[in-house]
Design a protein around this ligand. Sequence first.
Ligand code: 5GP
Ligand code: MN
Length: 317
Amino acid sequence: MMRIIDELRDVKSIAISGHVRPDGDCVGSVMGLYLYLKNELPDAVIDAYLEQPADIFGCISHIEDIKSDFNTDRVYDAFVALDTVPDRMGGAAEIYSRARKKINIDHHISNPGHGDVSVVEPERSSTAELLYDLMEPDRVDEEVAKAIYIGIIHDTGVLRYSNTSPRTLQVAAELVKFGFDFSKIIEETFFEKTYLQTQIMGRAILESMRILDDRCIVSVVSRRMMEFYRVTSKDLEGIVNQLQSVRGVHCAIFMHETGTQEYKVSMRSDGEVDVAAVAVKFGGGGHVRAAGCTMNGTYRDNINNLCREIAEQLKDK
Ligand code: 5GP
Ligand code: MN
């Protein structure tokens, strides 16, 4: 197996980034690698680029080092892309394209591989778990461990989704040995919601509809609704999972308006529907049980277009 440090030992400047709207795995992986490389390569310039992470990630050491201004002419010796394809890097894509050595580390089945060194392992629960196995375990410290742990926790729904493997649990066990307060981290970064986040979740659930013989559930949040509850995209995390928890539902679709006739779509499934395949048809990607894309048009048209693909998959089931 490749060791990340062997790929970076001789470089003088490194940029690390992930995807737009960074989730727990993305933030945990980027910060885990950032903190690890800071320890290992004290003389190198190491910059982490990401859109401003949600406040819940404030417990990660040095999270304030993240650069959210992508306007730079700097040509980095190496760029490590975590949990993403170049198309989904947003402002960091240009920095990536200029970098001398490009390293891709991901667990998305929809990642076709890119860059000079590419490690894509779709059977991994999270990019964070994969990243841990590319590190020297005895060089991991408590702060690195915490960031990686957050990545794993978020992409596995606290070690409960079917992407959790024996290796995931072993890595989690090795990480909690550092003694950080994992229970507090889980509560504060995964379960705790603000009042307004809870309210909009309630509203989205209340207004959800079951379609395709109750095998699919959909809900939409408009920009007006988001303004009313004073929430942004980051506050909608968890809604689609809640919808997928309804008994009998094979597939949940949640979308929220991000621009004029533009919707960010999140999908979850119980495994009966391959939502990654659906998302890929609309320019997105993800995993069999969790995927997403961005769609243009009215939400009715979008639901119809998605449901045509889902109905096709469910027709013989
Ligand atoms: P979420 O619904 O939580 O935003 O994303 C679920 C999964 O699908 C995540 O693994 C995420 O990285 C992936 N995903 C979500 N939206 C997109 C997208 O627009 N493009 C691609 N390639 N993957 C996406
Ligand atoms: Mn991930």
